[in-house]
Each structure stands twice: as C-alpha cells, then as structure tokens.
Design a protein around this ligand. Sequence first.
Ligand SMILES: *[C@@H]1O[C@H](CO)[C@@H](O)[C@H](O)[C@H]1NC(C)=O
Ligand SMILES: *[C@@H]1O[C@H](CO)[C@@H](O)[C@H](O)[C@H]1NC(C)=O
Ligand SMILES: *[C@@H]1O[C@H](CO)[C@@H](O)[C@H](O)[C@H]1NC(C)=O
Ligand SMILES: *[C@@H]1O[C@H](CO)[C@@H](O)[C@H](O)[C@H]1NC(C)=O
Ligand SMILES: *[C@@H]1O[C@H](CO)[C@@H](O)[C@H](O)[C@H]1NC(C)=O
Ligand SMILES: *[C@@H]1O[C@H](CO)[C@@H](O)[C@H](O)[C@H]1NC(C)=O
Ligand SMILES: *[C@@H]1O[C@H](CO)[C@@H](O)[C@H](O)[C@H]1NC(C)=O
Ligand SMILES: *[C@@H]1O[C@H](CO)[C@@H](O)[C@H](O)[C@H]1NC(C)=O
Length: 901
Amino acid sequence: MMHVLVSLLLCILFTSIGFRTLGLKEADASMSFCIEKERQALLDFKANINDSRGLLYDWGSQKELDCCKWVGVGCNNHTGHVIELDITFYVVVDPYRVFNGKISPSLLVLTQLQYLNLNYIDFQLNPLPSFLGSLSNLQHLHISLANLSGPIPHQLANLSNLLHLDLSGNHFQGSIPFSFGEWTSLIYLNLSQNQLRGAIPKTFGNCSSLVELDLSQNLLNGSLPKFIGCSSLTTLSLAYNSLHGSMTDFKGCTSLKKLDISSNFVSGNMSNSEGQLSNLEYLDVSHNSLNGSMPDFTIWHSLLFLDLSNNQVSGNVPDSLGQVTNLRFLDLSSNSLEGVITEVHFLNLTQLRYLDLSFNSLALDLSINGRIPFQLSTIKLQSCKVGPRFPEWLKTQENFTHLDISNAGISDGVPDWFWDLPVELEFLNISSNEIEGTLPNMTCSFNGYPGMDFSNNHFRGRVPLVSFSLAALNLSRNKFSGTLSFICNLDKTLTFLDLSNNSLSGSLPDCWMKFQKTLVVLNLSYNNFSGEVPSSLGFLSNIEALYLRANKFVGEVPMSLSNNKRLRFVDLGENKLSGVIPEWIGEELSELYVLVLGSNRFYGSLPSQICWLYNLQLLDLSDNGLSGDIPRCFDNFTSMARESVGDDITSHSYSSFVGIIPCDPHRPCPYGPHVEAQFLDNAWVTWKGTERSFGKSGLQLLKSIDLSRNNLSGKVPHEITGLYELVSLNVSFNKLHGEVPKDIGLLRHLESLDLSNNEFSGHIPWSLAQLNFLSYLDLSYNNLSGRIPAGSQLQRFNYTSYSGNPQLCGPPLTPTCGFPPPPATVVGKKDVEQDEDDYWKSYYIGMGTGFGVGFWGICGLLILNRRWRYFFFASLSYIQDWIYVTAVVHFHKSLESLDLS
Ligand SMILES: *[C@@H]1O[C@H](CO)[C@@H](O)[C@H](O)[C@H]1NC(C)=O
Ligand SMILES: *[C@@H]1O[C@H](CO)[C@@H](O)[C@H](O)[C@H]1NC(C)=O
Ligand SMILES: *[C@@H]1O[C@H](CO)[C@@H](O)[C@H](O)[C@H]1NC(C)=O
Ligand SMILES: *[C@@H]1O[C@H](CO)[C@@H](O)[C@H](O)[C@H]1NC(C)=O
Ligand SMILES: *[C@@H]1O[C@H](CO)[C@@H](O)[C@H](O)[C@H]1NC(C)=O
Ligand SMILES: *[C@@H]1O[C@H](CO)[C@@H](O)[C@H](O)[C@H]1NC(C)=O
Ligand SMILES: *[C@@H]1O[C@H](CO)[C@@H](O)[C@H](O)[C@H]1NC(C)=O
Ligand SMILES: *[C@@H]1O[C@H](CO)[C@@H](O)[C@H](O)[C@H]1NC(C)=O
C-alpha cells in the first residue's frame, strides 16, 4: 500500500514539477550577473535550511559565484535581480522531505522576487512569517505541504501584485483573514487541507478577481457567504467542511464551471432552479442534506460530472437527463429516488463512463434492442431492482472495470456470454441475489488482479478450476460442494479467500506456500472439511485472519502457525482439534485480538504464556477438556483492562494492486487509481446465554472471556477483577470453588456473567449489585449461601439465575430469609440504573445486525468513494497523509484529463 503510493507520488512529481527548474537553468544560461547583496541573502536563506543531502551544492561554492546559476534560482536577464526561487526540484530524487528549517528574513532583501516556491519543505510546525507580506513584487507564492502551523498572517493581503497563493496541506489554524476576500489582484487562492475554523468571511461574497478558490478539507463552519460578486469565479471547492447554506448562494457565480461542495451541510431543494448555474461542467454536491426532486437537466446541459450521492433527493429521475450529451460521470447513489430508469434517460449519453445508481428505490429496465449509447467503465447498481432476469443489456458493455449488481433482485442463471469478462476487470460483485447454477471453467485473463464476490446466492456444484489471477474471491453462503483442490490452481496473487457456509469437504491441500506473500484473510468456516490442518498454512506470513470454524478438522494445531506473526483473528472453534493449548500462541502471535478455540478436544492446563496476548479482546476456550487452575496473570490482557482507542482492528484491507512492481519513476505510471476493499471480521460468541455473531463496531467493543464447559478447578483469581473493560465473563460448567471475587463490582462494564454449575461457596458479594450494566446473570447450581443482596437490581433477575443453591435465600428466590434484611445501601438508584441500562442496550443494539447483509464488506472503490477514503487515510501518520494528499491531487487531475476533456 505504502510503496504503491510512494511510487505513484514519484511518478506524479516527476511529471508535474520535475522539469521546472531545468527550464529555468537553461533560460539563465546567458551572461548573468548576480547582485552581491542578494547572493548573501540567498546564502543566509540556505543557512536556515538543513540541507543534509547537499542538494543546494552549488550555492556559495567557489566554482559558481554567479548566484543566478544556482540550482533553484532565477534572475532577470537585464537587471540581474533574483526574481524566482524554487527549491522543490529535489522531489524528483526523493519523495521524502529532505529540507527542514525555517524561512529566513533575509528573503526580504530579494525585493524583486516574483515567484517563490517552498512546497514540501518541512518547516517543523513553525508559523508562516508575516514579513512575507512585504515582498511587494511577489506574483506567485507556493508553500504547500510544508508542515507550517499557526494562523495565516493577514499581512499577506498587502501583496498587491500577488496572483497565485497556495498554502494548502499545512497545519494552519485560526480563521481565514477577512482581508483575503477583498484582495483585488488574486486570481488563485488555495487554503485547502488545513485546520482552519470559523465561517468563510462575508467579504468572499464579493471576490471580484478570484478565478479559482479552494477552501476544502478544513474545519470551516457557519453559513456560506452569498457569492454575489464572484462573476469571474470558474472553480470553487468548499468540500469537506461543516458549512451550511443552500444552492442559491452560488447564483452570483455565473462563470462557474466547477463546483465542489461535497461533504458539508448544504440543504435546500435541489429542483429550485433559481440557484442553477448554466455553465457548470463539474458539480459535486455529494454528502449533504439536499432534498426535493431532481432538477430539469435542460439547464445543466453542459455537465460532464455530476455527483448527487448521499443526499435526500427524491422523486423520479427526469427524462431530460438524456440530453446532457457530454455527461461522463453520474453518481446518484444513496438518495430516495424512485421509478424506472429506461433508455430514454440515457438517450444521448454517449460519453457516459461512470454510472452509480446504488441505494435508491430505482428499477432499471433497459432492453437489449433499445439503443444503449455508452460503454461504461464503472457500473454500480447495488440494491437497485435489476432482476428478476439477468440483465441482458450488460452484453453491450464490453470494457467495464467495475460491475456491482449485488442485492438487485436477480433470480436467474448467469448466461454464458457473461463469463467472457473484460480484461480490464478490477471488481465484480453479483452477491446477495438468488442466482442459480454452476460456475463455468473460467479461462479469462485479466490485466490486473480483480476481486470477485459471488456470495449469498444459490450457486452449487464444484468450484471450477480457476486459473486466472485474482486478488479476492468470495464464494461464501452458496451451495458449493467438492474439495478445495482448485486452490492450488489459483495464482499467487490471492489476498482474500472466503468460502465459508458452503458444503465443501475433504482435506485441505497443502499448497498454501504459494500464497505466502499475499493471503491476508482465509475463511473456510461452516463447511465439511476434515483431516488435519495443513502445516503449509504456516507459510502465510501476511495472514491476519484465519477462520476454520465449524468443520471436522482433527489433530493438533500445527506448530508452523507460530510463523504467522501478523495473525489478529483466529477462529478454530467447533472442530475436533486436540492436544494441549500450544505455548507458542502466547509467545509468537502477539497481535491476536480474537482467539477462539472453543468446542474442540483440547486438554491439559492453560499455559501462562496465553497472558502475553496483551491485545486480546475475545478469548473463547469453552467446551474443551481443559483442567487445572485459571492462571493468575489474566490481568495482563491489557486490551481488556483499557478502553479501546479509535483505530479499527476489525478490518483487513486489500488492493487489486498486489504484486505489481512499483512503477518506474522515469516512465509514466501505467496504473491509475486502484481498487481498495475491506474484509470485516465477524465472530460467533455465546452472548447472554445464546450464540450470536458480532461484526464491525460490535466486535470492536466486545471484550469477553469464555472458559465454560471445561474441567477447570481452583479459585477464580482475583486478578480477573482488573479487566475493567470486560463485557462478558463465562466460567460455567467447571469445578471452580471458593468465593466469588469480592471486587467483582470493579468490572463495571460487565453485561453478562455466568458462574453457574461450579462449586462456588460463600455469600454473593455486595459489589455485584453495583454492576449497572449487568443484564444477564447466572449463579445457579453452586453452593452459594446467605441472602441475595437486597434492594438492588439483583432482584430483577429471574429466580432461575439463583436456583440450585440450597442455602441461598431472599427475593427473587424465596420471599424471605427468616432474618431481618440488612440496610439497603443501593436503594434509590434504581431509576438511574434503569436509564443507564436502556442507554447501554441501545448502544449495543446495532451489534451483529450486519451479519445477514455483509459477512464480507467490500467497501468498493476507495478512490472514488472519497468520504470513506478520507477517513481511511485520516488514521495514517502525517507523512503518509502527505503522500496521500499529493496522490489525490493527481487523481483529481487525471479524472479531469481522462474523463472530462
Ligand atoms: C538535518 O536533517 C537530517 C535529516 O533529516 C537530520 O538527521 C538532522 O538531525 C537535521 N539537523 C538539524 C540541525 O535539524
Ligand atoms: C532571458 O534571455 C533569454 C535569451 O537570452 C530570453 O529567451 C528570455 O526570454 C529572457 N528572459 C527574460 C525574463 O527576459
Ligand atoms: C512536522 O514538524 C514536527 C515538529 O518538528 C515534527 O515532529 C513532524 O515530524 C513534522 N512532520 C512532518 C511530516 O515532517
Ligand atoms: C439526441 O440524439 C438524437 C439522435 O440520436 C438527435 O436527433 C438529437 O438532436 C439529440 N439531442 C440532443 C439534445 O443532442
Ligand atoms: C474495448 O476495449 C478494446 C481495447 O481497449 C477496444 O479495442 C474496443 O474497441 C473497446 N470496445 C468498445 C465497444 O469500446
Ligand atoms: C471444467 O474442467 C474440468 C477439467 O478440465 C472438467 O472435468 C469439467 O467438466 C469442466 N467443467 C465444465 C462446467 O465445463
Ligand atoms: C505479560 O505480557 C508480557 C508480554 O506482553 C510478557 O512479557 C509478560 O511476561 C507477561 N506477564 C505475565 C505475568 O505473564
Ligand atoms: C424464568 O425462567 C423460566 C425458565 O426459563 C421461565 O419459564 C419463566 O417464565 C421466567 N420467569 C420470568 C419472570 O421471566
């Protein structure tokens, strides 16, 4: 992932800025003489920059006294004054920052400076010096992605000759200077990707000179200024802020060609024609709160790009869409549109390449005999009504890279012509339909490594020999049968393989070394596989999730799995595995957050090394033959003792790029944006007495220990009360004795506690009554005695929670204990508890509901689903951010040049 981005970046930088300085040098080859004062100023500038690689090698060298010939410097031919300074050439050599330091005031000596470019230099979170506002001849000032912070100095607005100002991709805070909106010379202003707050100053509503304005990806809020005087503005981007306003605010922008206000809170009626801009070519209003019906497209006849996704636009799609003859990109997904889309809507859309109608109540009725004027590269019709017949019009689409017709009401076989898939294919999803039949022997070849999702259909028969290169294959929840021998024919590019919930059988082939570098997720759960777990699984050095649940595997867990050091999720539950719990699990698999070995035939005592798994959140060893004591070291499970931090442990990403050699910086990059997808973990857990599945956020929050149905003896170590975040604890059906730990009340998040069918004795500790979230309790069949703590929520549980303890008394078990009740210390808190309990219930209510829909969650095109991408990358470190940001700039450009010109 990282190196792909780096290499992309290399290509971008090389092609976009690489030659600039070379050009400068040539132009200045004539007799040029440098002014001594300016030479000194440049040397002083260099002295404040850490040039550890000596890239400014000729600055101040004896061989080159003429500063006009120094790398990055440009002078006026006639006067000899330095007029250009641009030291960004180094990025051709190395995309990482090589300069750091600060901006020296000696720059002020260069009074004739017209062009200053300090992009990519690491200014180490220093503020931007306000003295730059005195370089009165400056026309271009570029200090982007330069690790600057603090406020943007308003003095810059004194630069009355400035035409271009780019301060994007820094850490600027505070608000946008008021005076920037009154700047009469400026034609280009880019303050995007900073942390600017507050409202956009009203002065921007009169921006008479601005042609391009980019304030996207900040923290701006408040309402939009009414752009009344902005008649020269052609490009306006305010995306990814928290701005309120309406489409009519832009009606003064009569020249506007590109408007991007995606991911804000812009509201109002989409069909209100008053605000419509007839010259628009690019309109992105996605992720806002627009409503009403769609506008009449006769006004927007020039559009090339239209993204209305993720709003509340309703009604039918007007027929006039068919007249937007230049339209290339159309995304109407996730609205409340309804009705039927027919050929009329596409009448003249010969240029259309990208079509996304997913998540509406739209039906698609295109007949093969009608005229389908376009060749789409992306077709996304998820949850549209496309069936019940397999859409025959797809026959006309020869060159798509993405096709998603999942959950589209298709109950039909797949026609033979369909399997002749385009070589450009990157992603195919026909999951969650009722598609019948077998898969043919596919012999297609692809340029890349596509992902394919056939899950949740009625496919049956053997999985055919699949000899082409895939990055991901999901055949889960079908009726496939036969053995897994086909796996050895797959290309070594496989990253995700999900065959769960089928009727596959036989033993696993031992050819997994093939996927050594690539396989990240392997899910074979809920099949009939038998035999031993092959030791070649130990070659999978990148595997993060291994699901073998609910098969008939026998024998020991092969020791070779100790090599899979990146494993985070292991579910071997419901098999016939035996042997002792290996010590190496704790010693070697330190990334594990889920370990499920339940319902097998493991025996022996629990190795203390298990406590080394400090990331563990879910431990299930239930229903085995384990004996001995519960180790005292359970308090070493730090993830169960601490609150989860934000990062998402439950997802695994893949890209269709796997295996591709990073592209050569000296040639144009052959690969464009690539597909990213995600696999989301899912775990089966005995939760409050019943088995259920946890996925996504549920799994993230679930912290659970299940040791039930073994032969464990001894006491419950009091160390367990240090696992403050534990949500579920089940030690039922063992031979544990002694008292219930007195401090059990410290487990304040406990919702489910099962101590039943052991030999616990003594009183029920008072602290148990303090567990406000406890909604499942089973203490039955022990030797507990005395009164059930009265006047607390413990009375709310069914008497069956306490039965089988002959010496226990009090409500709800018996009406009285025969002696006066102790003072009820917790009386009066009941209402509060009730509220909190309800709150917690609603908190968890979403858990597991995703299972029916998305065992496998392909999140689709990372590159075009920008909101998702934004959050995905937001979690990476800054240097990666930097690369991402630059890469995106490139993608935007390429979208425009490929699709929109
Ligand atoms: C100069 O940069 C190099 C490499 O980035 C770094 O190792 C060194 O500490 C820096 N020196 C100063 C004075 O900042
Ligand atoms: C400098 O001189 C070269 C030729 O000697 C000419 O092509 C170029 O336009 C001149 N540049 C300026 C800024 O005068
Ligand atoms: C930005 O500057 C801070 C402070 O010097 C430094 O810790 C950080 O690594 C820098 N970030 C980048 C991406 O250079
Ligand atoms: C649409 O195409 C038809 C021919 O297919 C043509 O007669 C008509 O003028 C076109 N309409 C527009 C708005 O371009
Ligand atoms: C599909 O792509 C191939 C190769 O790029 C090209 O030759 C062919 O004409 C395209 N087909 C259509 C219908 O555009
Ligand atoms: C697929 O190929 C195998 C082996 O060549 C053959 O036995 C099988 O019948 C073929 N299946 C189909 C559906 O053509
Ligand atoms: C706790 O875990 C660490 C590794 O995370 C291990 O080195 C240490 O021995 C463990 N402590 C106990 C008491 O097991
Ligand atoms: C208590 O549990 C028993 C057995 O599960 C059930 O029959 C009974 O209805 C429950 N009582 C209450 C009050 O929930």
